[in-house]
Design a protein around this ligand. Sequence first.
Ligand code: GTP
Ligand code: MG
Length: 363
Amino acid sequence: MALNETLQDLLERFRAGKTTALARAISLVEDERAGFQDFLHEVLKAGPSTARVGFTGPPGAGKSSIVATLATAYRGRGEDVGIVAVDPTSPFSGGALLGDRIRMNDLATDAGIFIRSMATRGSLGGLATTTKEVMDLMDAFGFARVLVESVGVGQTELEITAAADTVVVVLVPESGDAIQAMKAGLMEIADVFVVNKADRPGAERLVREIRQAIHLRSGSALRDVPAHHGVDLRRLKRRDAPPSAPADPEGTRQLNDAKAGWDIPVLKTVAQSGEGLEEVLDAADRHRAWLLESGEMEVRRRARARIRVQNVVDRELRLLARRSADSGGRLERGLDDIQRGAETPYSVARTVLEELLGSETPR
Ligand SMILES: Nc1nc2c(ncn2[C@@H]2O[C@H](COP(=O)(O)OP(=O)(O)OP(=O)(O)O)[C@@H](O)[C@H]2O)c(=O)[nH]1
Ligand SMILES: [Mg+2]
């Protein structure tokens, strides 16, 4: 996987820690320009080393406020921080700086903080494959911390587990009760729960409900309940658990199978005043230490690598198929035939596949 001269030059400046080279590398990856995978291959050889913390939750929950405050705290410890904000309406995306959100922009003037905002692919708020690759770039660049903020809309929240080692789920009293959080699959992905806007009514109740839900899920609420009439409540609960969980097309769920040994903290914060954020910082540190000690970090990185390989293979196959369909006007001729009523989208697709795969074409 040899790099051309331009990319080799970029690689050298990237390795020398030039922020302009990081910015250029990110554009290279985002735009999927020629050679971007070879470039990623070169920079990722060293393996992951940074602490990746993801923040997800409903729109307006205070994710950016929390990220901004934490980033400042990390800088106070002398650590460099990379931030990826995934949301077109994020305050990190230059255009949308309004009112008190401008505060976030102050961060951008600190040389030890690198902020990149990315649009979501599609409207669902999920992370594009390139988002994870941009995080990899920040990791390779040598930031001590990489924070990712992603607005959570239902199942796409699961994707953040494929991008971060530690997932902080931010909820607010207005975002509903713990049952809703369970239904949305948040119990599966949260390593730390934060109930922000604790200056508003209902925060204490939400904290209590989430704690109960966590205990119920881990079985500890039932641990002391003896089997009754031959019915083991623990087994009942386990059998009941899966149907309430959402489907997991990307296979991210497997990242979270082995959470035993980690007690999910439920913390209360007021992001505006900074109240409770010290505890969030501490919880993220403790979770990272637990990941490393328990071996769970290796499990997560392996699962993440698996997803990444699948993503890249999928992406390449898709490109190959597009090119094959377009080659020699094949697709346009097929469309003409469909319009004449001589072919259907299925028969044209089959021909395209046969040209691409030959005898391997699935029936
Ligand atoms: N009352 C109160 N308001 C808060 C608190 N934290 C944040 N806010 C306000 O809530 C609004 C949204 O905060 P953000 O930090 O932008 O929230 P976000 O989750 O990043 O929002 P999106 O990225 O748009 O989904 C802002 O007006 C904040 O000032 C808090 O603890 N209490
Ligand atoms: Mg935000």
